[in-house]
Write a protein that binds this ligand. Structure first.
Ligand SMILES: [Zn+2]
Length: 217
């Protein structure tokens, strides 16, 4: 699996183009905006995008979804987990509060659940549900190539915000420790913002995931 990271929107959200090199089939994960730029990258890599996958319902991750669906001949929208419906339901309000172009609410063609498999060509992405940043946030793991797309769950040296409506610090930290830090240390992590990292590096040095959290001090 090859992942091309495409930073989009004023929030520098990492949209990802996931490519199966054997079949030249691809998926776009989290098209937050800047659709022309995303389409140019798709064209440059000469791949056939057959789906859009969403990690969670925040505007900077989903804002370009409907325009991209139209540009790609109505490809299906897959994910996030259904608990994020309340975020997708208020995309208009999110657009206003973040000063984004007006984005109309939409629903995916398919919600995702823990342990679902999303196929991209010959790649099988395993769905890992980790609430806390948003209640329906999912990560997408390729066990074969040891790569994982984590959206706003985990960052290089940080973790996602948990102060939004229905955010939950304990769920987020427990989910990261139980479902991500248990992956092989060489697993490459693609966060929704900022540089890539590895599970091993975050396990060793992420200040939010140590035995003693900063809030215990
Ligand atoms: Zn987010």
């Amino acid at each position: 699996m090859k992942i091309i990271v495409i930073p989009v929107t004023p929030f520098e959200q990492n949209c990802s183009l996931v490519i199966c090199e054997e079949t030249k089939t691809a998926a776009v994960v989290d098209p937050g905006g800047d659709i022309k730029h995303i389409l140019n990258v798709i064209k440059k890599h000469d791949v056939n995008v057959d789906k859009i996958i969403l990690t969670h319902g925040h505007l900077d991750h989903v804002g370009g979804t409907q325009a991209l669906v139209r540009a790609l001949n109505n490809v299906p929208i897959i994910g996030p987990e259904k608990e994020d419906k309340f975020w997708l339901d208020q995309l208009e309000a999110q657009s206003q509060s973040f000063g984004f172009p007006m984005t109309i609410s939409f629903l995916p063609n398919e919600w995702l659940e823990e342990n679902d498999i999303v196929e991209v060509g010959n790649i099988k992405l395993k769905v890992i549900h980790i609430p806390g940043h948003t209640p329906g946030h999912v990560a997408l793991l390729d066990e074969q190539s040891h790569q994982i797309i984590v959206g706003d769950i985990l960052f290089n040296g940080g973790i996602g915000r948990f102060d939004f409506p229905r955010g939950n610090q304990q769920q987020l930290i427990t989910g990261i420790k139980e479902k991500l830090l248990t992956l092989p240390p060489e697993t490459v992590v693609f966060p929704g913002h900022g540089p890539t990292t590895t599970i091993g590096k975050e396990k060793a040095s992420n200040p939010f995931l140590g035995g003693q959290s900063m809030w215990d001090l």
